[in-house]
Ligand binder design. Sequence first.
Ligand SMILES: Nc1ncnc2c1ncn2[C@@H]1O[C@H](COP(=O)(O)OP(=O)(O)OP(=O)(O)O)[C@@H](O)[C@H]1O
Ligand SMILES: [Mg+2]
Length: 636
Amino acid sequence: MAKKTTKIAVKEKTVKAKAAAKEEGSSAKKRPTAPTSKLMPKVTLKTKGSEQPRTNASIDAPHEDMTTNDVAMPPLPAEKPKPAYANAETMAKAQRSISVSEFFAKNRHLLGFDNPRKALLTTVKEAVDNSLDACEEAGILPKVEIWIEQLAEAVYKVVVQDNGPGIVRAQIPNVFGKLLYGSKFHRLRMSRGQQGIGISAAGMYGLLTTGKPVKITSRTGAKANANYYELQIDTRNNKPDIMVEQTVDWEPHHGTRVEIELEARYQQGRQSVDDYLQQTAIANAHVTLVYHAPDGRVETYAASIHHLPVLPKSIRPHPHGVELGVLLKMLADSKARTVRQFLTQEFSRVSPRVAVEILTKANIKPEAQPRNQGGAEAKAIYEAVAKTKLMAPTSDCVVPIGEEKLVSGLQQVVQAQFYAATTRKPAVYRGNPFIIEAALAYGKPESEPQSEGSGNSQTPPSGLGGATNGAAQPTPEQTDEDDEASELAKLIRFANRVPLLYQQSACATYKSVAGMNWRQYGLTQSRGALPTGPLTIVVSMASVWVPFTSESKEAIAGYPEILKEIRLALLECGRKLGSHVRSETRMRIEMKKRGYIEKYIPAIGEALRDILDLPEKQVSKVCVDLKHVLERSRKM
Ligand SMILES: Nc1ncnc2c1ncn2[C@@H]1O[C@H](COP(=O)(O)OP(=O)(O)OP(=O)(O)O)[C@@H](O)[C@H]1O
Ligand SMILES: [Mg+2]
């Protein structure tokens, strides 16, 4: 027994020695001189051997050259290389400005290019949104054609062509080859785009993933030439590199065609290009979309309204939404001669009387020069503004979809028993006017069997999917594969008529919907989740500036005023839904009761025939009469 123990101890030592030798191996090899290294070659040799796959047998059997004494020799202390710490001077050499394109090339996920499937959607979305903005601004009923063509396993070509006003020649390179360049950022007016990043980012992603430039054809009128460009973005300098520039023959009299090759993946279903286009049709009944899918399908969403929505107006900022830093900059840049003029000219809702009121509170002379108002004065004005009652900003800068159009748009893609919509009055967050709208589609159409309660037994939908729409937006925590999610209500979100397909859980709309008590309307709902049942909920926000949570414009930030308005809109729709669900339940119970009584009418007929000896003809008449009495006496 004792013998055995010793053997094991020796074995353990040997194994440890081998492991130590292995660990030391590489550094030992590098060491040029090893004064005590008579043993080292042995160890090194074994270490080399141990690089071969070792069997248990080789571990168990101590090497004949190696004694436990050999291993006991301490390894040489390695000379640790000093880490190359920097100092202020060496750091200064690396410090330089970062171009915005370099930043977004590295952080493309911030712009919605985090994976090939999403990249395809984002590219189509940015191009289509631009086309719709341009057409509406120019007073043209938009007709946009979209082609997606697969070029290789993971390479697609996206082409988007519109009948818009076109882009003047000199601006084409900047619009498509420079990030943060656009016409919408500096104004306060409702539009789909607002940042000046969208289409140039899509072009940049295409270039980074395929090396191919963006191709643009644009024409501004029948008398103008069509210009053709091939461009790529110089990310280091955030500047366009023009590869090809020429005039071409192009049939349309006006419009723009953008062509981008990119690494992408096409897949139908939720959050797909198809889903985006279908939802775009709901919120934009005046738009015609023709979509050539990569699988050869051609889907046409024809306009159901043949006039444009009211053109939203641009507004000046409202004083209640301006931050101190911005106010300071505005004062410094202002061309106004006096602070009173500055307040009336630069802001909305500030009359000369209100300007004087603000300045009196701030203890500043109305005739003072804006440029001379430093930090302390600006702060005083800022605080005085907050204390002054001002009229809310005008709301003609935001144009809602409208209850009727929301319902008719919803009817096109979701067949349901009941529809309701609400458009709230304009409200303001951080000085920016906005309008919230909500709509609901509930129940399966008449022809389909309605299950008990809230109808949870419906089949899962495909995309928005007609009658089976009812469905299926998984909670953010759930995945596509999660079948349970098919029972949840579907939430459709819009921001300035653009469908939002990603980051649902981060969106103010989701928070408001999930935070409501849908049980009061006869629906089932788990705490903090969407309600279940054949229900589609639409929430739309229209604003001069939609506060997105990131540059990819996927989720609306939860400002308290916005959350409140969404809740109120949902409550209004919910009330209408509640009375529908209640009357539907009443009806179902009544039908059930009637069914029971009806079942006995033939038996009553037969009994009467036997008792009164009635002829067969009269028996059936009695049965019909009894049915009528039943209907009259049990009104629904
Ligand atoms: N199809 C088009 N027709 C006419 N003008 C266009 C078209 N596409 C883009 N533009 C112009 O190019 C500008 C830049 O477009 P881009 O998509 O990069 O930014 P944006 O639409 O202003 O904002 P966002 O980054 O939010 O999309 C737009 O502001 C618009 O003036
Ligand atoms: Mg855009």
